[in-house]
Design a protein around this ligand. Structure first.
Ligand SMILES: *Cc1c(COP(=O)(O)O)cnc(C)c1O
Length: 389
């Protein structure tokens, strides 16, 4: 028998989450963001459930090819654009749309020989300071692109740095929107601004046109022409702990589950695991789970990190090791079915995150928060040795 750790993707959850995202998106078209192999879920595993998306956004050319191989003829957007001239040939061949965020990419386009002019998303840096042209040089970049025969259509985009928090995050979103609108209000083309956090938290807000002294002349929705949700589609809250996935009506698209492979009765004063970081104060049953950091579970998850055993919420205790972690099964006298609970032993289901067979959900965001990270990282980090059901 293989090790009992298994990841399961839930297509019906993805469908539900897409419907939920559309609810906030108004009339905007929706890029399902499937970078990082669909946030660790596997592009091939999620594709069918995502057919209702208007396009797929990603950044590996290899992943773009896989989306085409799955038969997708609609829009595919490369979020970091081309890395070298050869990439543009693939864009022409596969009809990929691509971000243009720097002058070097415009130079590349200018030397690219193609019969098929490209659709590009010109990216503005409105404060994230990662990719894109600052508002001042943005127009010059747009003019250069607009003059190229290699370019068919220019869309405009930016990315929010602080959409996942209440104030001052809200102020930052408004500032970024203002910078974007001020620099683009008289440029033609479609617009795209929102990631999951902006879509869920701020989509009601208007894209206000820069006018004199704060006089808004337009209230186009922030969702604009295209939204770009990623984590929400996979059922994670982009803004945990300020909100929860359940609060947003999202369902987990991945369950990482394993089983107990041993149970130990530990006496007061005895310790559990490497470094003896957990020491029992009273008699306690410890469940040993076939899941460790070599499976992608965070080693930093401290004692107290939530975990579901037999569908019941309990906690990780002691240090996570490479292939195992240990959980609190309560006092030894609690082992009988006194609360209708089964006796826990080897074979009992353990859910590291996602949905238990009993229906109980442990959001990946809560596990991540306990381990000092975000759900995104845990989903992306499921190790290759973990089989998907
Ligand atoms: C990853 C990414 C997104 C999606 O972000 P989420 O927080 O997962 O919704 C949107 N836009 C760009 C440019 C991205 O890189």
């Amino acid at each position: 028998m293989p090790r009992p750790i298994v990841a399961t993707v839930h297509p019906e959850a993805i469908r539900t989450n897409l419907v939920r995202a559309r609810l906030s998106a108004g009339d905007a078209r929706l890029w399902a963001v499937v970078k990082a192999n669909a946030y660790g879920h596997g592009i091939e595993r999620v594709f069918d459930a995502m057919r209702s998306a208007d396009g797929f956004a990603l950044l590996d050319l290899d992943e773009a090819q896989r989306v085409r191989q799955l038969g997708w003829r609609g829009p595919v957007l490369l979020l970091e654009g081309a890395f070298e001239l050869r990439d543009l040939e693939l864009c022409s061949r596969l009809g990929l749309w691509h971000v243009v965020h720097c002058n070097e990419q415009i130079d590349m386009l200018a030397t690219h020989k193609t019969q098929v002019p490209h659709r590009v998303f010109l990216k503005m840096n409105t404060g994230m300071n990662r990719l894109g042209f600052r508002p001042a040089p943005f127009r010059a970049a747009w003019m250069r692109l607009n003059a190229l025969p290699q370019v068919e259509e220019i869309s405009l985009m930016t990315h929010f740095s602080d959409a996942d928090r209440p104030t001052p995050g809200h102020a930052a979103v408004a500032d970024q929107v203002a910078a974007f609108v001020a620099a683009t209000h008289d440029l033609p083309g479609e617009r795209s601004l929102c990631n999951s956090a902006a879509l869920l938290r701020h989509a009601q807000a208007g894209l206000t046109q820069s006018g004199s002294a704060g006089q808004s002349t337009s209230h186009a929705p922030l969702t604009a022409d295209w939204v770009r949700p990623g984590i929400a589609v996979y059922g994670g809250a982009p803004d945990h702990p300020h909100a929860t996935s359940a609060g947003w009506g999202l369902q987990p698209a991945m369950t990482l589950a394993s089983q107990l492979i041993a149970v130990q009765e530990v006496l007061p004063g005895e310790a559990v695991g490497y470094g003896s970081t957990f020491r029992a104060e009273r008699p306690i049953r410890i469940g040993v789970v076939a899941c460790g950091y070599a499976d992608g579970y965070p080693r930093h998850a401290p004692t107290g990190t939530p975990v579901l055993v037999g569908g019941v919420l309990t906690r990780v205790v002691g240090r996570v090791s490479m292939d195992m972690l240990t959980v609190d099964l309560g006092p030894p006298d609690d082992r009988h079915a006194s609360h209708g609970q089964p006796v826990y032993g080897p074979g009992t289901e353990v859910v590291l995150w996602g949905r238990s067979r009993t229906g109980t959900v442990l959001p990946v965001d809560e596990v991540a928060a306990a381990a000092g990270t975000i759900g995104y990282e845990l989903l992306c980090a499921v190790a290759p040795r973990v089989k998907f059901a």
